[in-house]
Design a protein around this ligand. Structure first.
Ligand SMILES: [Fe+2]
Ligand SMILES: [Fe+2]
Length: 205
C-alpha cells in the first residue's frame, strides 16, 4: 500500500492549523456588552413608560366623561408621548444588541375627584418617572456606560419639561378653583397642545 496518501498524513503546518481551528472556543455572548443590571433597568423602563401611557389614557377617558374635552386631548397627547418614550428605550436596547423583555402593564387608576386632582396625580406620576430615570443614570455611571448616559440625557431634559408643564397647570387650576368660566378657558388652552414635529413628542402650544 506504499504511496497511498493517508488522510491523516498532513503536512506539519496544516496539522497545526487544524489543531488551532478545533480548539474549543470560549462561549461568545454578543449581549455581554451591556451591563446586566443596566439591561434589566432599561427593560423595566419600557414597562414604566408604557404604564405611564396607560395612566394618561385613563386620565383622558375620565375627562371625556366631563365637559372638558381640551383636558382630555391634553392627556391623550401625553399618553402618546409616553408610548413614544417606551419606543425610545425599546430601540436603544435593540441597537445595543440587548435582549428585550416585555412585561405586563397594570390596570391604571381611573377614579378622580376633579381636574386639579387629575393633574396632581399626573405630577406624582412624572416625579416617579424622574426618579426612575435618575436610578438608570446612576446605574449607567456605575457601569461606565457612556452611550447609555448620553441616551438618558434626553430623558433628564424631558422630565424637567414635563414636570414644569404639569406644575403650571396645577398652579392655574389652583387659582381658578371651581370657577367654570376659568376652567373652560384653561380647557380651551389645553386643547391647543400639539405633538412636536420630528420626534413624536408633545408640549404645550
Ligand atoms: Fe416618559
Ligand atoms: Fe412623562
Amino acid at each position: 500500500m506504499e504511496g497511498l496518501p493517508g488522510r491523516l498524513q498532513l503536512p506539519v503546518r496544516a496539522a497545526k492549523t487544524l489543531s488551532l481551528d478545533t480548539q474549543p472556543m470560549l462561549p461568545y455572548n454578543p449581549r455581554m456588552d451591556l451591563d446586566t443590571n443596566l439591561r434589566v433597568l432599561l427593560n423595566e423602563q419600557i414597562n414604566h413608560e408604557m404604564s405611564s401611557s396607560y395612566v394618561y389614557l385613563a386620565m383622558s377617558s375620565w375627562f371625556e366623561e366631563t365637559p372638558y374635552s381640551g383636558f382630555a386631548q391634553w392627556m391623550y397627547t401625553q399618553s402618546l408621548e409616553e408610548t413614544d418614550h417606551a419606543m425610545k428605550f425599546y430601540h436603544f436596547l435593540v441597537d445595543r444588541n440587548a435582549q428585550v423583555n416585555l412585561m405586563a402593564i397594570g390596570q391604571p387608576h381611573a377614579e378622580y375627584a376633579s381636574a386639579l386632582d387629575v393633574f396632581k396625580a399626573s405630577l406624582e406620576q412624572e416625579q416617579k418617572v424622574t426618579s426612575q430615570i435618575h436610578n438608570l443614570y446612576s446605574a449607567a455611571e456605575e457601569a461606565r456606560d457612556h452611550e447609555t448616559k448620553n441616551f438618558l440625557n434626553w430623558f433628564l431634559d424631558e422630565q424637567v419639561e414635563e414636570e414644569k408643564n404639569v406644575r403650571d397647570m396645577i398652579d392655574r387650576l389652583d387659582l381658578i378653583g371651581e370657577n367654570p368660566v376659568g376652567l373652560l378657558q384653561l380647557d380651551q388652552e389645553a386643547a391647543r397642545r400639539k405633538p412636536i414635529s420630528g420626534g413624536g413628542d408633545a408640549g404645550m402650544a
